[in-house]
Write a protein that binds this ligand. Structure first.
Ligand code: PHE
Length: 330
């Protein structure tokens, strides 16, 4: 019986080391150590043993049982660990895989510039307004002290529509529409596209954007205009060389233009960024204001020029060709 037990021990030991998985291991446990297992079957013959032999065989059987149990646990732990590492390998994330590219929308530099300018003027107490792109000669010229035979009409090459209307050449037309609807005092800004028959070059494009500023009140002076523009330009562009230059517009008197020094690859030059002046009394008359009672200043800012300065863009055409390589930089 001793031999039988030792043989069983060896057989079980081998079977355990070869068990391929946890299920097989459990089957082995039942096969060898279960109530009706192989060990029980051998021990069933204990009754035939002598009184001296019984405790010896009993002790051996116990030892075998304990060792079997120990081996089983060891193998079980090894199998569980192997199972876990297979699972971990299967579920592992490969951090070197390329990610899913989600394109991100961006604000176009023209709109970004308008937003920033709006913020500054709203902060100074100005209210935003709007007006149409298709205009009549009245709002674009006549009410702005620019009659048909006025030489200033040649300054702006106008795009006329077949029905006699035109594409506004500046946002100053909104001045008139706004004043017809509102009474002073007020501070107004408005922006949008304007259209001119300009030849295209690095700083000209036939469609561009302007932002109009109009303040009407009692006792507004040229100093207020200059102060407002100085504060605005410094707020938008930081400290830069600025040049205030006398100029002419039919709807302002006196008038000026403002240039900012533009450092570009091809060297520096002055870039005209806005026209401005004190509202001409004739403009007030055309909207029914009394020029003896109210004064005002107006300015028209060139958005593209300011965007070029703000973002360091050295060719206005880049703003219109929708090149993703360019646009993604903003
Ligand atoms: N409308 C003028 C232009 O387009 C700019 C301007 C606006 C000048 C308001 C004076 C006052 O050139």
């Amino acid at each position: 019986m001793k031999d039988q037990l030792n043989q069983l021990h060896q057989e079980a030991r081998l079977a355990i080391t070869e068990a391929p998985d946890l299920e097989a291991l459990e089957a082995l446990r039942i096969e060898y150590m279960g109530k009706k297992g192989k060990l029980s079957a051998i021990l069933g013959g204990m009754g035939k043993l002598s009184v001296e032999e019984r405790p010896v065989i009993g002790a051996l059987a116990n030892q075998i049982k304990n060792e079997f149990e120990e081996q089983l646990q060891e193998r079980k732990a090894a199998l569980e660990e192997a199972k876990l590492s297979v699972q971990l390998a299967a579920e592992a994330i490969d951090v070197t895989m390329p990610g899913v590219y989600i394109p991100q929308g961006r604000v176009h530099p023209i709109l970004g510039t308008i937003d920033r300018i709006n913020d500054i003027f709203v902060g100074l107490g100005y209210s935003p307004a709007t007006g149409p792109e298709v205009e009549t000669e009245y709002y674009n010229f006549e009410a702005l002290n620019t009659p048909a035979d006025h030489p200033a009409r040649d300054m702006q090459d106008t795009l006329y529509l077949p029905n006699g209307q035109l594409l506004r050449t500046h946002t100053s037309s909104i001045q008139i529409r706004y004043m017809e609807e509102n009474e002073p005092p007020f501070r107004m800004i408005c922006s949008g596209r304007v259209f001119r028959r300009d030849a295209v070059d690095a700083s000209h494009y036939p469609i561009f954007h302007q932002l109009e500023v109009l303040a009407v009140d009692e006792d507004i002076t040229f100093t207020d205009l200059k102060g407002t523009l100085t504060v605005f330009l410094e707020e938008l562009l930081g400290e830069r060389p600025v040049r205030f230059r006398p100029s002419f517009f039919p709807f302002t008197e006196p008038s000026m233009e403002v240039d900012i020094w533009w450092e570009s690859k091809s060297g520096g030059r002055w870039l005209e960024v806005l026209g401005a002046g004190m509202v001409d009394p004739n403009v007030f008359k055309s909207v029914g204001y009394d020029p003896e009672k109210v004064q005002g200043f107006a300015a028209g800012l060139g958005i593209e020029r300011l965007a070029m300065l703000l973002y360091g863009i050295d060719d206005i055409r880049l703003l219109y060709n929708s090149d993703q390589r360019f646009l993604k930089q903003f």
